[in-house]
Design a protein around this ligand. Structure first.
Ligand code: PHE
Length: 450
C-alpha cells in the first residue's frame, strides 16, 4: 500500500501545531505559571523549549521523514537493531496510554462546554463552583458518556486518513482556535484590574526560582510538543523527504508558545480582575474561571467560547496521540486504515474507562496517593515520555551520529544552514549533550532519586 503524504507544507505545520497545542497549553501551563510564581516559570520554560524541546522535535520528525515508517520500524531501521525497534514500539504504546486518559479529561471539557452553553456555569462563590465540579466528575454516566462522545469525534476524523481527515480538520480547527483565543485575550485585557494579571505573568520575581520549578518547566516543554510518544515520528513519516525540518519546526514551536502565552493572558487577566487566587492548581479552569465569568456581562458566551476552544485543542491533540497506533497496525500488521481506526478507538475507549471513572467508581489509589487517572498521567508524563524522548535523541545524536544526521537535517533547509552558520553547532551541542543530560535529570527527579 502506498503511504499517504500531507497535501501541503501549511497542512503539515497546522497538523503538528494542532498536536502540540492542547490541554497542556491552555489548562496546564496557566496553572503551572500560577503555582510557579509567574514570569520566572515562563522564562525557564522558554529556555527548555530552545535547548531541548526544539532539538528533540526535529530529531523525531527526522526519524519519521527519513524512514517513512511508524515509530517501531523507524527506530529499527535507523538503529539497525531489534532493540531499537522495541524502543520505538514502546513509544507507540506510550502515545496510546496518553490518548486513553487524555480522552477522559477531554470528555470533561466537552461536558463543561455543554454546561456553559446551557447556562449551568453561573456561580457566586468558589465553593459553589467546586461543588458543581465534584458533582459532575463523580457522576459515572456523565464521565463515560462524554469520554465516549469525544472518542467518536476523534474516530470520525481519523477514519478519513491523513489528508482528508487529520490535515483537513486541522486546517479548519486551528484557525478557529486562534480566532477565539484572540477574542478572549481582548476581552480579558479590557477588564478592570487586567494589568495586575499581566504584571503577574511578565514581571519576574527571581526569589521564586527553584530547581523543582526548572524540572517542571522541562516536563511541560516535552508534553506540550507531544514528544516522546511516537506522535512526531509518525507525523514526520507522512512528510515529503525533501521538506525542510527547520522551516516547519520553527513555526510550530512559535505557534505553540504564542498560544500558551495568549491562553495565560486570557486566563490571568480574568482571574485577577475577579479577585481570585492565581495558584489554585488544576481546578483553575473548572472552578476559578466560571466564578469570574459569572460576574461579567456576556459571561455565558465567554465561558462557552473558552470551553469550545479547549475542546478543539483537545481533539487535534488526541488524534495525534492515536495516530502512531493506527500507523503501527497498518504498517506492521497490515490492517486497512478504517479497521485500524475502529480498533484503536474502541481500545482507547475501553482502556480509558478507569481514568474516566477515577473520581467515582474507581476512586481508589493506584500509585501512592494518586488515583488511576493521576497514576496514568504520572507514568506517562514523568517516566515514559521523557524516556521516549531520550531514546529519540540518543538514536539521532549517538547511534546514527551527527556526522550522518546533520546532512539529513540540512536536506530542505540548505538556505537556512548557509545563512546561519551556528545551526550545526547548536544541534551538535543540544542533541549530543544538553538534551540527553537534562532529560536524565528530569527523569531522576520525577521518580524521586534527586
Ligand atoms: N501536546 C499536547 C498538549 O499540549 C498533548 C499531547 C500529548 C498530544 C501526547 C499528543 C500526544 O496537550
Amino acid at each position: 500500500m502506498k503511504r499517504e503524504h500531507w497535501g501541503s507544507r501549511l497542512g503539515f505545520i497546522l497538523s503538528v501545531a494542532g498536536s502540540a497545542i492542547g490541554l497542556a497549553n491552555i489548562w496546564r501551563l496557566p496553572y503551572l505559571v500560577g503555582k510557579g510564581g509567574g514570569a520566572v516559570f515562563l522564562f525557564l520554560y522558554l529556555i527548555c523549549l530552545l535547548l531541548i524541546g526544539f532539538p528533540v522535535l526535529i530529531s523525531e520528525i527526522l526519524i519519521g521523514r527519513n524512514t517513512e515508517e511508524a515509530p517501531g520500524m523507524a527506530f529499527e531501521k535507523i538503529g539497525k537493531s531489534k532493540w531499537w525497534g522495541m524502543g520505538g514500539r514502546m513509544t507507540i504504546l506510550t502515545g496510546f496510554m496518553v490518548s486513553t486518559f487524555y480522552s477522559a479529561v477531554a470528555g470533561w471539557i466537552m461536558g463543561y462546554w455543554i454546561e456553559a452553553i446551557t447556562g449551568h456555569l453561573q456561580f457566586t462563590t468558589f465553593s459553589e463552583a467546586s461543588d458543581h465540579y465534584n458533582h459532575l466528575v463523580s457522576n459515572p454516566f456523565w464521565c463515560i458518556g462524554f469520554h465516549f462522545a469525544f472518542q467518536l469525534i476523534c474516530v470520525g476524523v481519523l477514519f478519513y486518513g491523513v489528508r482528508q481527515g487529520i490535515e483537513r480538520w486541522n486546517k479548519i480547527l486551528m484557525p478557529m482556535l486562534f480566532a477565539i483565543l484572540i477574542i478572549l485575550v481582548i476581552k480579558g485585557l479590557s477588564q478592570p484590574g487586567a494589568e495586575k494579571g499581566l504584571e503577574f505573568l511578565f514581571k519576574p520575581d527571581w526569589s521564586k526560582l527553584t530547581p523543582a520549578m526548572g524540572l517542571m518547566a522541562l516536563g511541560q516543554s516535552f508534553f506540550t510538543l507531544s514528544l516522546g510518544q511516537g506522535t512526531m515520528v509518525t507525523y514526520g513519516s507522512y512528510l515529503n523527504r525533501k521538506e525542510s525540518l527547520i522551516k516547519t519546526g520553527i513555526p510550530v514551536v512559535i505557534m505553540d508558545t504564542v498560544v500558551a502565552l495568549l491562553a495565560a493572558v486570557a486566563v490571568f487577566t480574568i482571574v485577577f480582575s475577579g479577585g481570585a487566587e492565581p495558584a489554585s492548581g488544576p481546578g483553575l479552569i473548572f472552578n476559578t474561571l466560571p466564578v469570574a465569568w459569572s460576574q461579567m456581562p456576556g459571561g455565558t458566551v465567554l465561558a462557552s467560547a473558552f470551553f469550545f476552544l479547549v475542546f478543539i485543542a483537545a481533539v487535534t491533540s488526541e488524534i495525534s496521540a492515536m495516530e502512531p497506533t493506527i500507523a503501527y497496525l497498518m504498517d506492521e500488521k497490515k490492517f486497512k486504515r478504517k479497521n485500524a481506526v475502529l480498533l484503536c478507538g474502541s481500545l482507547v475507549f475501553l482502556v480509558g474507562i478507569p481514568s474516566a471513572l477515577s473520581y467515582s467508581i474507581f476512586n481508589g489509589n493506584l500509585i501512592g496517593d494518586m488515583n488511576f487517572l493521576e497514576s496514568m498521567d504520572f507514568i506517562c508524563s514523568s517516566i515514559l515520555i521523557p524516556f521516549g524522548g531520550f531514546l529519540a535523541v540518543v538514536l539521532v545524536g549517538w547511534k546514527w551520529g551527527l556526522k550522518k544526521a546533520l546532512p539529513e537535517i540540512r536536506v530542505g533547509s540548505e538556505s537556512v544552514f548557509d545563512r546561519y552558520s551556528f545551526i550545526p553547532g547548536y544541534f551538535w551541542v543540544c542533541l549530543k549533550y544538553t538534551a540527553p543530560i537534562l532529560i536524565i535529570f528530569v527523569f531522576l527527579n520525577s521518580i524521586g532519586v534527586i
